[in-house]
Write a protein of this length. Sequence first.
Length: 394
Amino acid sequence: MTKNSLYDVIIIGAGAAGLMAAICAGKRGKKTLLIEHTTKIGEKIRISGGGRCNFTNLHASSNNYICQNPHFVKSALAGYTQHDFIKLVESYHIAYHEKTLGQLFCDGSSKQIINMMLNECQQYDVDIKLNCNVIDISKTEQFEIASNEGVFTSDSLIIASGGLSIPQMGASDFGYRIAKKFGLKIIPPRPALVPLIVADSMRDMFTQLSGISNLSVAWYKKTSFKENILFTHKGLSGPAILQISSYLEKFHGEEISINLLPELDLKQQFMADKNHKQTVANYLKTYLTNRLIDHLAGNPDFNKSLTDLKKESLFAIADQLHNFKVPISGTEGYKKAEVTAGGIDTNEFSSKTMASKKVPGLFFIGEVVDVTGWLGGYNFQWAWSSGFAAGNNC
Ligand SMILES: Cc1cc2nc3c(=O)[nH]c(=O)nc-3n(C[C@H](O)[C@H](O)[C@H](O)COP(=O)(O)OP(=O)(O)OC[C@H]3O[C@@H](n4cnc5c(N)ncnc54)[C@H](O)[C@@H]3O)c2cc1C
């Protein structure tokens, strides 16, 4: 195998985090190499946000991240904020808009973000090697990276290889293997921002409800999200469900609750309308789609009129709709998960630099680390912020 030239910094993984780290290192005059094993950079940026890339969130703060060490993200997020990334986007005259809840999307295409990052890499002379497979990494004085393109050496090594989501797009367990090799602790990875599969006992009902979307509050333990839910053939999806899925640590045997009428106090409404002669089912169709009510109408009280039901029976119906319990049997897995929760334990790193405490010169950034953002641009913000921290300290 041929010896290749020496670099100051080598970054493995040309996704959002790796690109940002490469730009920052290059800008500091470091001789930087960015290695990607697929044929393209930033593929997840390209497919994100339905092709428009929800590149950050106006309200991003440490409260929007799941991590065993909840304070860890603060330093990197403060070092490079959503406003810093917005400035970069504006400097390239990329038009964007706020869709909802502070989520910023390109007006045009996510390719604009990729081109911007690529342009910045070129400006700072970052070498990019695509189709480059790393075979082995070792460290003596320097890091030695053996690949199908030869051996590269560097003083600093940044691992930005992402999580396990969307394996068909280049996701790999590379980062976890490297962490293990260097003795770093890993919080077991799991799919997150992922559609949930309901227990067999409810599967038929959900198949019939498939396609219905409803503004709801989904909650699990003390965490709740008020957004749409979507009934699917296998269970539940939609933003509120994707958000809550990230909080489930094991899936089989868990139960989530759904308030199907978050904007209404149905008990109070029933009392105000208790003399109505309509059946409960017809009455509820004012508030919920017919198909949903028809399938919930397995409860015989739904076919009785409001006047014929006692307060306790009406309240039991209200409880059923405000606190609809859904037993979960699993998820749709990494093929459908937007991100991977868990990852390399943040206790292994400096929160200011993303540098390993055990292995000098080794950094981990982005999704491979045990930091998972909410849906809504928070994951890219983590990639930009952690990439910035490592790129400026390597
Ligand atoms: C469908 C979808 C939509 C999404 N939409 C949004 C959104 O709108 N907003 C948002 O904030 N987040 C979104 N996300 C999440 C976001 O894409 C990720 O959190 C983010 O891309 C993580 O950045 P990263 O650089 O850490 O990892 P990645 O973007 O996954 O990049 C890792 C890179 O490393 C490469 N790699 C892996 N193994 C190796 C190896 N052995 N050698 C060399 N290279 C390797 C991969 O090919 C990849 O290019 C979405 C995710 C998906 C799947």
